[in-house]
Design a protein around this ligand. Structure first.
Ligand code: DX5
Ligand code: ZN
Length: 231
């Protein structure tokens, strides 16, 4: 089975003084999603942006907004991010008490639901939710900052999740997030990822480099794999 690699530039690495322009430039450069990292200074040791900024950016791109919530408690803010224009809402199991309920909440708002798995979180956390979710986000760094080094041990988690997804027969995207570049991207894809979230590797060099940056990540050698779902 061949999987096209999709690229989700994380605006965490964009010029925050020109976010609208940055999102337009990434959209024109061929990105597949806009990855929005939301941090609260509590669940993770950094603060970024809230729903007002997501709403302000919405008119600047037709791409799906892949909104990665690193906030706790997450439940009180899910509806606000949905209303602001998120298309995919990804949450961490540690950010609430009832993961299944939170997933149902996202689905009930008509949005795609994702679960983010930290480096130390076991992949089995998704086992009873495979029938409900649309995306699994494997964190290949500890969440909180851009520009960190990829943690190689997370490759085995991608492999394990790829098997689970294929065995489920459902369409569930497998995204990897953190330290993705020309060297680590191909490893993640070989292990089973089909969406690469990348901040530094997408935004480096400024707008004139964005199209090349995306193409380099996308050109990651396509992996031919057999799978239970048959492709
Ligand atoms: C980390 C964020 C990532 C991060 C990726 O908490 O979830 O999306 O911005 O940045 P790079 O690609 O620079 O590691
Ligand atoms: Zn992210």
């Amino acid at each position: 089975m061949q999987r096209p690699v999709r690229i989700a530039p994380s605006i965490l690495s964009a010029d925050f003084a020109n976010l609208g322009q940055e999102v337009r430039a990434m959209t024109a450069a061929g990105a597949d999603y806009i990855h929005v990292d939301v941090m609260d200074g509590h669940f993770v040791p950094n603060i970024t942006i809230g729903p007002a900024v997501v709403a302000a950016l919405r008119p600047h791109s037709t791409l799906p907004f892949d909104v990665h919530l690193m906030i706790a408690p997450v439940d009180p803010f899910i509806a606000e991010f949905a209303a602001a224009g998120a298309d995919i809402i990804t949450i961490h199991p540690e950010a609430g008490h009832h993961l299944h309920r939170s997933v149902q909440h996202i689905k009930g708002l008509g949005k795609k639901a994702g679960i983010a798995i930290n480096p130390a979180t076991p992949v089995s956390v998704v086992d009873h939710l495979l029938g409900d979710i649309d995306l699994i986000l494997v964190m290949s760094v500890n969440p909180g900052f851009g520009g960190q080094d990829f943690i190689p041990a997370t490759l085995d988690k991608l492999t394990a999740l790829r098997q689970r997804i294929d065995a489920s027969g459902r369409t569930i995207d497998l995204e990897v997030d953190g330290g993705i570049n020309e060297a680590t991207g191909p490893q993640a894809v070989a292990a089973g990822a089909d969406i690469l979230a990348a901040g530094s590797a997408c935004f480096r060099g400024g707008p004139s480099a964005y199209a090349d940056n995306i193409q380099r990540l996308r050109d990651t050698p396509t992996v031919v794999r057999s799978s239970a779902s048959g492709g």
